[in-house]
Design a binder for this molecule. Structure first.
Ligand code: SAM
Ligand code: SF4
Length: 326
């Protein structure tokens, strides 16, 4: 359905867990974020119910995220349930990829269509440093598995941070030349733990694009890529894949916003950059019907602000990206 600013809101991002098997420097502190007590987290059945109800408010696309969605036990069951909701025509997942080598096949069988894999570096020691202990080889096996199983378009997300991985922009872009990989460069956002590194670490998408064009020549804009949302996509001449840019800081993405977020503890968040949340869990656990749930979801859509306040570079917020689902 349309919000008050004529944006079609049809995309629900669902954080299925606030837990993670990594501790990326810009996302979490080394000791991790305290996980919510189990009873606070929506069950898989509850999540599937919310998704079903959300279709009455116009939701057609769902992305499962987290924390790390693949550490949530039974995630295949959730994928199976959502894939069978007739109104949902796009079901995707954002993962760090570490568990994909073993889980990609059952997830695909359950009905998963495509994946985004977060990969900030192609150097094992650096990957381990940024993720605080991740194994690049395993994450890369996850990428290969996704390609092999045809979970297309396979998108790789790289958050560019000056001094961490900004010297790998060309290597990452080069991945798109030979294979159908879609590498998306994401501007660092000054959330929670990234706030401390933001001033020195932020690299504008325009600078990343300029660097790529100086090596590969002018990039051609690509109009249609499944689930494009706020990203802009381009192709290097003759490349099999595409290069995307998500610039929440440098370019105001809010006017193209099509999404609503559901946190792992069952709140709706109309805007990633605002702190306003609407408690859906209480209604759900009081035994509300789909119509009542849909009415609350519609209210959250109507409460979307025209634009978030990321430009103000406010310091650490109360929630980490891992709790909001990115
Ligand atoms: N664990 C999964 C993963 O890493 O793909 C899903 C959740 S993670 C929070 C989703 C995305 O948010 C990842 O691509 C991650 O790189 C990105 N992210 C986390 N903190 C960020 C920040 N401060 N600025 C920009 N992107 C961020
Ligand atoms: Fe975990 Fe994803 Fe955050 Fe990294 S970015 S710590 S993988 S939730």
């Amino acid at each position: 359905m349309e919000d008050r600013f004529q944006r079609e809101i049809n995309y629900l991002r669902v954080s299925v867990t606030d837990r993670c098997n990594l501790r990326c420097l810009y996302c979490m502190p080394a000791e991790g974020v305290p996980a919510a007590p189990r009873e606070e987290i929506l069950t898989l059945e509850e999540i599937a119910r919310v998704v079903r109800a959300s279709t009455r408010a116009g939701v057609r696309k769902v992305r499962l995220t987290g924390g790390e969605p693949l550490v949530r036990r039974g995630i295949e069951r959730l994928v199976y349930a959502i894939a069978r909701i007739p109104e949902i025509d796009d079901l995707a997942l954002t993962t760090n990829g570490l568990l994909l080598p073993s889980m990609a096949a059952p997830l695909k069988e359950a009905g998963l269509r495509r994946v985004n894999i977060s990969l900030d570096s192609l150097r094992p020691d650096r990957y381990a440093y940024i993720t605080r202990g991740g194994d690049l080889k395993t994450a890369w096996q996850g990428v290969e598995k996704a390609l092999e199983l045809g979970l297309h378009p396979v998108k790789l997300n790289a958050v560019v941070v000056r001094g961490f991985n900004d010297d790998e922009i060309l290597d990452l872009a080069r991945l798109t030349l030979e294979r159908p990989l879609h590498v998306r460069f994401i501007e660092l956002m000054p959330f929670g733990h990234a706030a401390a590194i933001f001033a020195g670490g932020y690299v504008p998408a325009a600078a990343i694009k300029a660097q790529i064009e100086s090596e590969f020549g002018p990039l051609q804009e690509v109009r249609k890529l499944k689930g494009s949302g706020p990203a802009r996509y381009y192709r290097a001449a003759g490349a099999a894949g595409t290069i995307g840019f998500i610039s929440a800081v440098g370019d105001h993405i809010c006017r193209r916003c099509n999404r609503l977020r559901l946190t792992a503890s069952g709140s709706l968040r109309p805007c990633l950059f605002g702190e306003h949340e609407i408690d859906l869990k209480a209604l759900l656990r009081r035994g509300a019907g789909d119509e009542e749930l849909a009415a609350l979801i519609a209210r959250a859509i109507k409460e979307k602000p025209p634009a978030g306040h990321i430009r103000s570079h406010r310091p650490a917020r109360e929630k980490a990206m891992s709790q909001l689902g990115g």
